[in-house]
Design a protein around this ligand. Sequence first.
Ligand code: ZN
Length: 355
Amino acid sequence: MSKRFFYYELNLLEPAIIGYGTQLDNIVKSKDYIPGSTILGLFVSLFLKKGHSIYKNKSQNYTDYFQTLFLSEKVHFYNAYPIYLTLRNNVCFCYPTPLSVFGCKYYDQSKRKPVNHHFKDYVFDVKIPDECDNTKCKSALEHKNNFVYYDDKLRQYSVCKRIDMHNSSDDDLYSFEAIEKDNRFYGFISIEDDIYNKYSDIIRDMCINTDSMRIGKAKNRGYGKVEFVSPLREKDVSFMKNTNNQNQKTLSVYCYSDVIIKNEFGQSISPIPGDLIATGLNLDISLSYWKNESVVLYNAKRGMPTEKQMTIKKGSVFIYSGDKDVDVNELPMSIGYWQNSGFGKLIYNHNRLWE
Ligand SMILES: [Zn+2]
């Protein structure tokens, strides 16, 4: 089933605490992006504000609109990642740093001459060098966290955060980490072709004349106010399936979000088996850069958190070799569990974005 994509930009009008209550000592941590599950929740509240209902009259059955938009997997709410604005106000999309990117520990984008130290995507390199190629440096290369963006070359980006102190009722001091206001994020909502005519207007309308929208924690304490920068618009997302200048028998698969896939016994597995990407091509993993993490989501139906799920961390990269030519246009843009909450999103041949 082919999909169409809506694009949006969100601007933080207040600092936002995004997370599932992860705590480090007495600091409540915040994520540095807005998960698709939070975006889905935001759209549920916009849906209600526009006067739509969740349940059919006098019953516990969902309305067709609610069922299709939020529970059917026909509409996907992607994670919203940061935007980097260049000095000329050009919008650069930030991506979770591919785990195939390594940098010198002295590489720092905020320094005046970061190019003096090594920072590169080694995805197709046979060997990752042991040390920075700056002859005066020679430090070890390491994984970089946060985000990268492309502005004529690969660069690093971290979201601006702050830590606020609060007194609780029993006078304990605790702190919230929050994303600083004025950070801007971009995201996509995909909608399957067969429901586009019936549902596209209602999605577009949800983002018009919205005031006091809030996301994250401590919403009634001056946190989490957001605005759409402009009306929702359709956008071409061909960058997710890059076809430029590729060796057709080799395919790089980059996890644009966390991915949850399970075997026949319901256990989470990694890495991604080649036949989940395409059957009949005999795709075998020839190189991989990946990590596992665990995640807990909120199950709205049961009104409680889900049990911990193991994920393949966003930024993981797998290189497959096949025995036939691969047509990336035929490959799925999304695999595995919780796809409507932003999980399982893939980008093919991502490295071509910054070569
Ligand atoms: Zn260096």
